[in-house]
Design a protein around this ligand. Sequence first.
Ligand SMILES: NC(=O)c1ccc[n+]([C@@H]2O[C@H](COP(=O)([O-])OP(=O)(O)OC[C@H]3O[C@@H](n4cnc5c(N)ncnc54)[C@H](O)[C@@H]3O)[C@@H](O)[C@H]2O)c1
Length: 254
Amino acid sequence: MLSLINKTAVITGGGSGIGKAIALLFAKQGATIHIIELNADAATAVIAEIKSAGGNGQVHAANVTDQQAILQVFKTIGTVDILVNNAGIAHVGNLENTSEADLDRVFSVNVKGAYNCLFAAVPLMKAAGKGVILNMASIAAHVGITDRFAYSMSKGAIYAMTLSVARDYLASNIRCNSISPARVHTPFVDGFIAKNYPDNQAEIFEKLSKSQPVGRMGKPDEVAHLALYLCSDEAGFITGIDYPIDGGFITLNN
Ligand SMILES: NC(=O)c1ccc[n+]([C@@H]2O[C@H](COP(=O)([O-])OP(=O)(O)OC[C@H]3O[C@@H](n4cnc5c(N)ncnc54)[C@H](O)[C@@H]3O)[C@@H](O)[C@H]2O)c1
C-alpha cells in the first residue's frame, strides 16, 4: 500500500517542517529523495537521517527563485516521478503595510519558485509519459485571513497554477494537485511569531492553535501522510483538486 519503490521524488524546502516530514515519509515508502534547499545544512541532516534508516537521497543547494540554477538541478536529477513544490515564505501585513519589496520577495519564492520547478520538471515527466505534482497552497488561498495580503495572493496563485497545469498535462499522464494546510507547527510558524509578535509569543501561539476548531495546530507528519496518498499510484484518479487539511478551519469556524 502506498509504495513509492523505484520512484524519484523532488521536494523543495525539504530541510524543515512540512517538506522535511514529506521527505522522511516518502523515503520510508521507498522513494529516492532529492531535496532542493536554500539551507543546505538542514537538507544534509535530513538526507543523513534518510540514509541511516536505509533510504537514498541527495541534497541540491539552490534557490528556487533562480531559474538557471533550477534547470541545472533537474538536468542533474534526470528523472522525476514526483515533484512536491513545498518551499515557501510568509509575510504578515495588510495592503498598506506590504511594500513593493515585500510583495516581490513573497511572489518570487512562493509563485515563481513553483513555476521554475514546474518549468524544469514537466518536460522530463512528459518524456517519461507520467508524473505527479503536488503544490503546497494554504487555507489563505480560500478564506480571508487578517494581515496576510501578499501571502494569501501567492497561495491563491498556487491554487490557480495547480488547475492550469492539471488541465494542460492531462494528455501527458501528469497529475497535479495541491494541499491547503491551516496552521501546522513548524519552524515557519515559530519564526513568524518570533518576528512579528516578539513580546507575546505564548499568547499568539495559543491564539493560533485555537483558530483551528479542533483546538490545535496540525503536525507536519499529518500533512506528509496526505501528500503520500496524493503522490501514490493509489490516487491515480485524482487530479486538478485542492485538499484542505485544516482541523475544520474552512468549514467549521462559526
Ligand atoms: N506551517 C504552516 O502553518 C503552513 C500552513 C499552510 C501552508 N504552509 C506552506 O507549507 C510550506 C512549508 O512550510 P513550513 O511551515 O514547513 O516552512 P519551513 O520554514 O519550516 O520550511 C520551509 C523550507 O523552505 C526552504 N526555502 C525557503 N525559501 C527557499 C528558496 N527560495 N529556495 C529553496 N528553499 C527555500 C527553507 O530553507 C525551509 O527549509 C510553505 O509553502 C508554506 O507556505 C505552511
